[in-house]
Design a protein around this ligand. Structure first.
Ligand SMILES: [Zn+2]
Length: 130
């Protein structure tokens, strides 16, 4: 273990870009295998070699700036997918329904039994199962 630590001294190691490359490489391997696309399999070799190269690299500033460029584009994607995920997850704790008078989309917490709802748009009151 000490030998490995000495070997890794001064080398860049892993970052978000390397992890993303590994994950996409695995996905490409799976797709290439399933559809027998040899070009895609060759591409995954290039990706994996790139991962090893970046991890072993001693040019830390260059690798760091690559990762910063990657994160500049990847962070908004992550933020967007997290907000989508939260919307889907809140669908379990909220019941969505429409106002019987004006068809306005409304929501209420689930599992509260029959509740009195006042429509925010047209002001009508009605009883709704939650
Ligand atoms: Zn209404």
């Amino acid at each position: 273990m000490n030998g490995f630590r000495n070997f890794m001294t001064g080398r860049y190691g892993t970052d978000q870009l390397t992890v993303a490359m590994l994950v996409s490489g695995m996905v490409f391997t799976f797709i290439g295998d399933a559809f027998r696309l040899e070009t895609l399999t060759l591409l995954t070799y290039a990706i994996f070699i790139g991962c090893v190269f970046r991890t072993m690299s001693r040019n830390i500033s260059a690798r760091r700036s690559e990762n910063q460029k990657f994160m500049k584009y990847f962070t908004p994607v992550m933020t967007w997918s997290k907000s989508k995920y939260n919307m889907i997850r809140s669908g379990r704790s909220y019941k969505y329904f429409k106002c019987p008078n004006c068809n306005q989309q409304l929501r209420a917490p689930r599992g509260k039994g029959k509740i009195a709802v006042t429509c925010q748009k047209c002001g009508i009151k009605f009883i709704q199962n939650s």
